[in-house]
Design a binder for this molecule. Structure first.
Ligand code: ADP
Ligand code: MG
Length: 255
């Protein structure tokens, strides 16, 4: 595969659950390696469904999806999912929580420990590996959840409103950390959010979706240079993009 061929591609994808209504209609998109794509749109427009289709967690109704040249089901080992709820097991310490997916894949203990230590270092929680989830803040729990996903060394990272439950300061901080991690691990990201600020800060591209049925209404390229830092938010280019995406979002919500 050449660097320019898409790592995730949708061709006229539609989705219904059972014989229910059309949830996604004619979704066509291509993500290239290293893209950071945010999905933003009204509640119920099918953002989570779109991620589930990429992950092979739900079948498509018509059209075609390829993930790293394979069907989503065959490519499942290439990707990791991060949800809004950190879903940590309360009776396991942070180290055990983070290595759980590797354990399920029967990776030997010494290798697990190495990968786990690296992942916890990336999210700056190396010191807390023996703590239990109840001893961590909301932001720290989300960092554990991200570390756990990174242990799978995914080519594609799917994040479904991972910072939606956090306060704004923590969210901004984690946005910066996430991009810093991406400098070291070249995954392609699909990121669902309700925050225009977050979408502009993180993304190389933003897909604005509209509802009933869900479809991609607008696509915005975010050409702010990387690395992005807290200073990025002060730039005029950033603020103009926030205004532009906000307007587009309002226009689809009014329809
Ligand atoms: P979003 O993440 O944009 O809020 P979702 O993808 O969760 O939207 O949901 C899109 C639509 O699909 C909603 O109307 C929702 O009720 C419906 N839906 C989601 N999951 C299922 C399911 N497992 N079975 C039936 N309908 C579903
Ligand atoms: Mg959702």
């Amino acid at each position: 595969m050449t660097a320019s061929s898409p790592i995730v591609e949708f061709k006229s994808v539609t989705k219904r659950y059972g014989d229910g209504p059309l949830i996604l209609n004619a979704v066509t998109l291509a993500a290239h390696p290293g893209d950071f794509i945010s999905l933003i749109g009204p509640s119920g427009c099918g953002k989570s469904t779109l991620l589930r289709l990429i992950a092979g967690l739900s079948p498509l109704t018509s059209g075609q999806i390829t993930v790293d040249g394979l069907t989503p089901a065959d490519a499942a080992a290439e990707l990791a999912f991060v949800f809004q709820e950190p879903t940590l097991l309360p009776w396991l310490n942070i180290a055990r929580n983070v290595e759980l997916p590797q354990k399920l894949r029967q990776i030997p203990a010494d290798q697990r420990a190495k990968v786990r230590a690296r992942a916890l270092e990336l999210v700056k929680l190396g010191e807390r590996s023996q703590a239990f989830p109840r001893q961590l803040s909301g932001g720290q729990k989300m960092r554990v959840s991200i570390a756990r996903a990174l242990t799978l060394n995914p080519k594609i990272l799917l994040l479904d409103e991972p910072f939606g439950a956090l306060d704004e300061m923590t969210r901004e901080h984690l946005n910066e950390e996430l991009l810093a991690i991406r400098e070291q691990q070249a995954w392609t990201a699909f990121f669902v959010t309700h925050s225009v600020f977050e979408a502009v800060f993180l993304s190389s591209r933003i897909l604005v979706m509209s509802a009933n049925p869900g479809r991609i209404a607008h696509e915005i390229t975010v050409d702010l240079p990387f690395p992005r830092t807290s200073d990025t938010r002060l730039s005029r280019a950033y603020q103009e993009l926030v205004a532009k995406v906000s307007r587009l979002l309002r226009s689809v919500e009014e329809n």
